[in-house]
Design a protein around this ligand. Sequence first.
Ligand SMILES: [Zn+2]
Length: 245
Amino acid sequence: MKRLSKIFFITTYLFSCFFTINAQEKNTSNEEKKWIDAGYKNAQISNLNFNKFYTDTDSDNFTHDMDLILVNLRGSGWDKELIIKTIQKTAEVYEQCGIKIKNVKYIEAYSPIEKLDISYNDYDHYKFGYKLPVANRPVLFFIRSNVEGKTATTFPSDKETPPISNIAFITFEVNKNEYKLERPEGYSPTAHELAHILCGCSEHNKIKKSNILTNYYDLRDNTITKEQCVTFKSKGMELGILRKL
Ligand SMILES: [Zn+2]
């Protein structure tokens, strides 16, 4: 009797294991599987429609739109809510150019290299940018920190070629007070990195007034000139990032 109940217990246990695994597999979409196969362990994807964040989505002011892929490496310090807030701010910044952020794919996964502090000089670190299972860009990585101490960085198309071009890394450091205190209030580092991607330029400009790409930290804010808007739109189209509305 004792042995029978043992067998019964083991069989029930094995059955429950089988069904748990099966249920987990069922909950993983094909899209998530692609990311998991590429090394992004336990990837979970959600699609966010940013249209709802605009008060007037059909506004004539919008001439172009774009999609974004966001990858949050688990343990970075970032969470979904904070990242959505960051992208909302970025959307506000680009509204001044008539560029709308439309579909946003949010991916949460473990770091493919099992590190959260990434070096931009060491291929072994940023190589996971080469292993992205999608060709769409831009891809913004949300990481904990950078080994060389950079708070955010981009690989724009003037410096890099696909698949590494048009990806950016934004560290959690940008949420800290010491970072914020050095910059004008409301400055969006994510919008700044996106500006590098849209202009296809890694350099900052020498404009001595408020600007999104100025070399002067104390003047670097979310201001985009009319000329910059024109450049972002034409370069963004050329790079296949923007769509004309
Ligand atoms: Zn920059």
